[in-house]
Design a protein around this ligand. Structure first.
Ligand SMILES: Cc1ncc(C[n+]2csc(CCOP(=O)(O)OP(=O)(O)O)c2C)c(N)n1
Ligand SMILES: [Mg+2]
Length: 614
């Protein structure tokens, strides 16, 4: 735990300082860059805030974090940015979580961004730390999550020599982050770090990478912090809302598809009211199921990997799709087949915070540039359609969803359908369920009913190793809520060492390891394409129970379905992080079929193809 004295902070957020403004000339005096190159205007501060007493660049960064109410920093320490860590020593309102791997630290920051809508903060050392952390940056990019990754950098005087651990962050992260920049002047720290917050949150949110040369962090600066960064978002116009209503009035089979980021609880409630007033069916995109209460009679299911076939058919058959917040990317469109690019068969009303997403892939009948929350609230002003023609279409969509909720016959001694149904029915409504990537998720996505905004943390990027770090971030943020990490044997061991972090900081998450002894997803693809030719997908696993106990966690093995409920109760009561290993039958490869069936089908298909070729 932090050894810092909670009352020792001497940092004052600049927005709170009110004394006499300082003359611009004074602000210019510390520059060590050629002013002629940058131009006078660039050197001037954006505000008339007074100068602060001289402080290090590291402290100036922390000042901006404080001005933005940052409460947690996820890191792996490095000598390259030790001046920032030292400044954090004097900022006890910011909790510093030292992780065991930068991928986990970055995933925690990403999960924090998903939960709060404010940038999650991650700090890592130069190239080795930065490249480890890149997976979190990628997830933040694909999932449109606000996040800032601070990376140490070699001092300015050595740059360009490929000094120890030197890389060019603008190049390396240029294609991955929303913005990648290097701060080359301590006086510009407030401006650039505040801008990082704005860029991360505004429009389509995303990750920002800021490189921090070591000597910039130790240089002295008097430039004040700029104050809290706000999020800028577009609102829909009244004419656009009228056109939306007119298109809806002409529709026979409308479908609302919600996804993306930028939502909050109130916005989800507003969208739900709109769906209710107009009897509209609503589907959620991949790993965005918590945007709409799954118990609502208008909820039609999720458009994930291998969606419920009747829902997929319904997307194809819809005559109007109202897509809100989602990019309509590869997964929710089943590889751009349910909605065809570039000209969909359905009329598409596409609402997105980034104007560049509108028409990027699909030609919309109506494009609305608006944040999803701003759009959802504006829907309150749209008069409902009287006696809509699609009531039975909506009821059928619901019936299809409910049918898919029924567990089939158990294919394994531990029946994951029943386990997940039990979780869905017994966990508190606000429990947060986190997951990474792997076929074990097919049970979670199909059988768990998300009831509230902010209860699902999963990577739409499909990154393994996300579940446990996300759970730690969620539990740190909401210590009173139950937090579950739903992982596979492969997925878990990509970040299993973070059990040490959970134990160290007393973060009582519950990890479920679905152990089928293989990288099952890849085995499934192998059997489909190269039946019987198994390579690189078998796993020899550790004893997960002993492994977890060695970290100081509670752990138990579940080998039969009926053992799960008491094991979960014991884990919840353990008063420390807990792990349950669920041994499942490797043949039960997903919720709909078995490996044996896949292999037989593809062998048959190959024989048929061979005989018709001959
Ligand atoms: C970081 C990362 N590496 C590799 C993959 C490719 N991949 C997707 S699922 C998967 C196997 C997951 O195994 P496990 O967690 O055991 O789940 P299972 O499929 O067996 O249920 C792999 C290797 C990925 N998505 N992410
Ligand atoms: Mg597995």
């Amino acid at each position: 735990m932090q050894a810092r004295n909670a009352s020792s902070s001497t940092i004052v957020a600049s927005s709170e300082t009110t004394s006499e403004p300082t003359q611009p000339s004074r602000l210019l005096k510390k520059t060590n860059m050629p002013r002629t190159f940058l131009g006078e205007d660039v050197r001037k501060p954006a505000t008339d805030l007074p100068m602060m007493p001289p402080r290090t660049g590291g402290r100036a960064i922390v000042d901006v974090l404080l001005a933005n109410d940052v409460d947690t920093v996820y890191c792996v320490p490095g000598e390259s940015y030790i001046a920032v860590l030292d400044a954090l020593y004097d900022a006890p309102s910011i909790r510093v979580i030292a992780c065991r791997h930068e991928a986990a630290a970055a995933n925690m920051a990403e999960a924090y961004g998903k939960l709060t809508g404010r940038p999650g903060i991650c700090m890592v050392t130069r190239a080795p730390g930065a490249t480890h952390a890149s997976i979190g940056v990628h997830t933040a990019r694909q999932d449109s999550t606000p996040m800032i990754l601070f990376v140490g950098q070699v001092e300015r005087g050595m740059q360009g020599r490929e000094a120890f651990q030197e890389i060019d962050y603008k190049q390396v992260f240029g294609g991955l982050a929303k913005w990648a920049w290097e701060i080359d002047d301590a006086d510009r720290i407030p401006e650039l770090v505040t801008r990082a917050f704005r860029v991360a949150m505004s429009g389509r949110p995303g990750p920002v990478v800021l490189a921090l040369p070591e000597d910039v962090l130790t240089a002295q600066t008097e430039t004040p912090a700029v104050g809290s960064a706000t999020r800028a978002a577009a609102h829909p116009g009244t004419d656009e809302l009228e056109r939306l209503r007119a298109l809806l009035a002409e529709a026979e089979r409308p479908l609302v598809v919600v996804g993306g980021s930028g939502w909050d609880e109130a916005a989800c409630a507003a969208l739900r009211r709109f769906a209710e007033r107009n009897a509209l069916p609503v589907a959620c995109t991949f790993r965005r199921q918590a945007l709409f209460d799954n118990r609502d009679p208008r909820y039609a299911g999720d458009l994930g990997l291998g969606p419920n076939p009747p829902l997929a058919a319904r997307v194809r058959d819809a005559d109007l799709i109202l897509a809100v917040g989602t990019r309509l990317s590869e997964i929710p469109t089943s590889g751009y087949t349910l909605i065809e690019a570039p000209r969909p068969k359905q009329r598409l009303v596409h609402v997105h915070a980034d104007p560049d997403e509108l028409g990027r892939v699909f030609e919309p009948a109506l494009a609305i540039n608006a944040g999803p929350a701003e759009f959802a609230h504006a829907l309150d002003g749209v008069a409902p359609i009287d006696a809509p023609r699609w009531s039975s279409w909506t009821a059928d969509a619901r019936r299809d969803y409910e049918r898919a909720l029924e567990p089939g016959t158990a294919g394994s001694n531990v029946d994951l359908a029943q386990v997940v149904r039990y979780l869905s029915e017994s966990l508190p409504e606000d429990a947060i369920v986190c997951n990474g990537a792997g076929n074990f998720n097919t049970w979670l996505h199909r059988f768990f009913q998300y009831k509230r905004f902010g209860t699902q943390l999963g990577p739409a990027s499909g990154a393994m190793g996300y579940g446990l770090p996300a759970a730690i971030a969620a539990k740190l943020r909401h210590p009173d809520r139950t937090v579950i990490a739903f992982t596979g044997d492969g997925c878990f061991l990509m970040s299993g060492h973070e059990l040490a972090t959970a134990v160290q900081y007393g973060v009582n998450v519950i990890v479920l390891v679905i152990n089928n002894g293989m990288y099952g997803t890849i085995r499934m693809h192998q059997e489909r394409h190269y039946p019987g030719r198994v390579i690189a997908t078998d796993l020899h696993n550790p004893d997960f129970v002993a492994y977890a106990r060695s970290y100081g966690a509670h752990a138990a093995l579940v080998e039969r379905t009926e053992q799960f409920a008491p094991a979960l109760a014991a884990a919840l009561a353990a008063g420390k992080p807990a792990l349950l290993e669920l041994r499942t039958d490797p043949d039960a490869i997903n919720t709909r079929t078995t490996l044996t069936a896949i292999r037989a089908q593809s062998q048959q298909a190959k024989r048929t193809a061979g005989s018709s070729a001959g």
